[in-house]
Design a binder for this molecule. Structure first.
Ligand SMILES: [Ca+2]
Ligand SMILES: [Ca+2]
Length: 458
C-alpha cells in the first residue's frame, strides 16, 4: 500500500511537471555539469532533479561518469522566515503538499532567464548580475528564480516570502576538485523585512547502481551526519536490487556571511532524517509553521541512522534577520568519493572554509546585488478577458502604467500613483476590448520606460 501511495504521488507529480514545462510563464532550463567526475543536473527552479531523472534515462547525479551509479532522487532549497504580519512561511523548491502541485520557485518568463554557462576567465552580461559575471571554475552555471511567479502562486497553500534567489554552481576538472560541485545561493528579500530566516537544504538520496524498477534505489539507503564538517551523507546498503554503490553522497553547508549578520558560533544547526515509512521531510510535517519549527529551527541533531531503510534528510541553519535589499549567501558542497572514507577525506580537505583566503574564492557579490526595476510579460498571453501585468520597483516611485492600441492611441491608464518598492501585480479586465494587438507601457518619474506587447483573442 505504501508503494502504491508513493507511485501515485510520483505519477501526479509527473503530470504536474509536464504541464509546468509547457504552460507556465517561465523559461524552464536545466543543464548538466560534465567537466569533473560529478555529473550533476542543475535547474533554474532550484532542484537537483529537474527531469524526473531515471524516467528519462538521465541520472540526476552520476558518479563516476558512465558508471550507472545514481545518488540523488530529489534535493533543493528551503527558505523559512517570519513576515511582519507574523506569518511563518517556508518556500521550497518543490511543493511537498500531498498533491505535489508544482514548484514554489520559478524563473521568470524572460527568454534570457535560463541556466547560463560561463567557463573560467570568460565573462557574461547577465541582466541580474552587477557588472559582468566572470567565470570562476572550469564550468560555472548561473541562474535565478523567485517564489512569487504566477505559476508558484497557484500552488495550494503557497504563500510566498517574496524572495529572489540567484544560484551559481561550480565544477572543476582538476584532480583536486573533480569530486565536488559547489553551489552558492544569494537570497534577496524583495517585499518585506524578514525575521528568523533559516536556510535548509533537503535531500532525498537515491544511491545505487543501474536500478531499472521504479523505486529500487531508495529502500536500502541511510543517513549519517558529520558535525565537524556540517555534512550529511546518504549511504547505499550492501546488495539489494541496486547493488552497492561505490560512492555515498555528502552535502556540506557553509554559512558564508555569518560574520556579517551574526556570529558563527550563534548559528543554530539542525540535522534531521526521516525514513521511507514516514515520507520525506516536508510531507511530514506538512504545514509551513510545523516545517519551520520542527525541521528548520529545531536545533536538533539526530544520531546517525542505524538501519538501511531509506532516508531523507534536511540540513539547516539560522536564524538571520534580513531587510529588503539585503543579500545573504550560503554555499553547499556536493561531495563524492571512492567510498565513504575517501568522501570524508575529500570533504575534510577543503573544510573549514577559512583555510581558503576567500571561501571558495568565487564570485562574491555583496549587498550591491540588487534586483533591477523590471516590467514583466503579462500572463496569460494571449488572453480573452483578463490578464495580469507584473513589475518590480526598487525604490519608491511615481508610476504610470498605460495601455495603447495598435495605432499608438492611449486607451486606458491602469496606474497613476506613487508606489512602494517590491513586486506589483495589476489585474487587467479587457472584456470590453476587441481582438488584436495592444501595448502596455510602464513609465516612472525617475526615467524608466518600457513597453511590452499583449494579444487579445476572442
Ligand atoms: Ca540504495
Ligand atoms: Ca544497495
Amino acid at each position: 500500500m505504501l508503494v502504491l501511495r508513493i507511485i501515485l504521488i510520483w505519477f501526479i507529480g509527473l503530470i504536474t511537471f509536464t504541464n509546468f514545462l509547457v504552460a507556465q510563464d517561465s523559461v524552464f532550463d536545466y543543464k548538466r555539469h560534465d567537466v569533473g567526475k560529478v555529473r550533476l543536473l542543475i535547474s533554474n527552479v532550484g532542484t537537483l532533479s529537474p527531469t524526473g531523472g531515471y524516467y528519462s534515462g538521465r541520472f540526476n547525479c552520476e558518479y563516476p561518469p558512465n558508471s550507472g551509479e545514481e545518488h540523488i532522487a530529489q534535493a533543493g532549497l528551503w527558505v523559512g522566515g517570519i513576515t511582519p504580519d507574523n506569518d511563518t512561511l517556508v518556500s521550497v523548491t518543490t511543493s511537498w503538499n500531498p498533491f505535489m502541485s508544482g514548484f514554489e520557485f520559478y524563473a521568470s518568463g524572460e527568454p534570457w532567464d535560463t541556466v547560463w554557462v560561463v567557463s573560467h576567465g570568460n565573462t557574461a552580461n547577465i541582466p541580474y548580475w552587477p557588472d559582468y559575471y566572470v567565470g570562476f571554475s572550469d564550468q560555472d552555471f548561473v541562474c535565478r528564480y523567485s517564489d512569487y511567479n504566477e505559476a508558484a502562486l497557484i500552488v495550494p497553500d503557497h504563500k510566498p516570502l517574496y524572495i529572489d534567489v540567484i544560484q551559481t554552481s561550480y565544477a572543476w576538472s582538476s584532480s583536486l576538485l573533480e569530486d565536488v560541485i559547489v553551489l552558492s545561493f544569494y537570497v534577496i528579500p524583495t517585499r518585506w523585512d524578514l525575521k528568523g530566516v533559516y536556510f535548509t537544504y533537503w535531500v532525498v538520496p537515491r544511491v545505487g547502481i543501474n536500478c531499472s524498477a521504479f523505486d529500487c534505489y531508495v529502500p536500502d539507503d541511510r543517513a549519517l551526519f558529520y558535525g565537524d564538517l556540517n555534512m550529511a551523507v546518504g549511504l547505499d546498503g550492501p546488495g539489494g536490487t541496486d547493488g552497492q554503490a561505490i560512492s555515498p553522497i555528502g552535502f556540506q553547508i557553509f554559512p558564508d556571511q555569518a560574520d556579517e549578520y551574526l556570529a558563527a558560533d550563534s548559528i543554530n544547526w539542525t540535522f534531521k532524517y526521516g525514513n521511507n515509512r514516514n515520507g520525506p521531510p516536508g510531507i511530514v510535517p506538512y504545514s509551513d509553521s510545523e516545517k519551520y519549527r520542527e525541521l528548520m529551527a529545531g536545533g536538533e541533531i539526530m544520531d546517525n541512522q542505524v538501519n538501511y531503510e531509506g532516508s531523507h534528510f534536511v540540513l539547516s541553519f539560522g536564524p538571520y534577520d534580513l531587510k529588503v535589499g539585503d543579500t545573504l549567501s550560503f554555499r553547499i558542497a556536493v561531495v563524492l568519493g571512492e567510498g565513504l572514507a575517501d568522501l570524508v577525506s575529500n570533504a575534510r580537505s577543503f573544510y573549514p572554509p577559512d583555510v581558503y583566503p576567500e571561501p571558495w574564492g568565487g564570485p562574491y557579490p555583496d549587498d550591491t546585488l540588487h534586483i533591477r526595476l523590471q516590467l514583466f510579460q503579462n500572463f496569460p498571453n494571449p488572453f480573452r478577458f483578463t490578464t495580469v501585468i507584473r513589475y518590480m520597483l526598487i525604490d519608491p516611485e511615481y508610476v504610470f502604467l498605460d495601455i495603447f492600441d495598435i495605432s499608438g492611441r492611449k486607451i486606458n491608464t491602469l496606474v497613476n500613483a506613487k508606489q512602494n518598492p517590491g513586486p506589483h501585480v495589476i489585474f487587467v479586465d479587457a472584456s470590453d476590448y476587441t481582438s488584436g494587438v495592444y501595448f502596455y507601457r510602464l513609465r516612472t518619474r525617475s526615467g524608466f520606460r518600457e513597453t511590452k506587447k499583449m494579444l487579445i483573442l476572442k
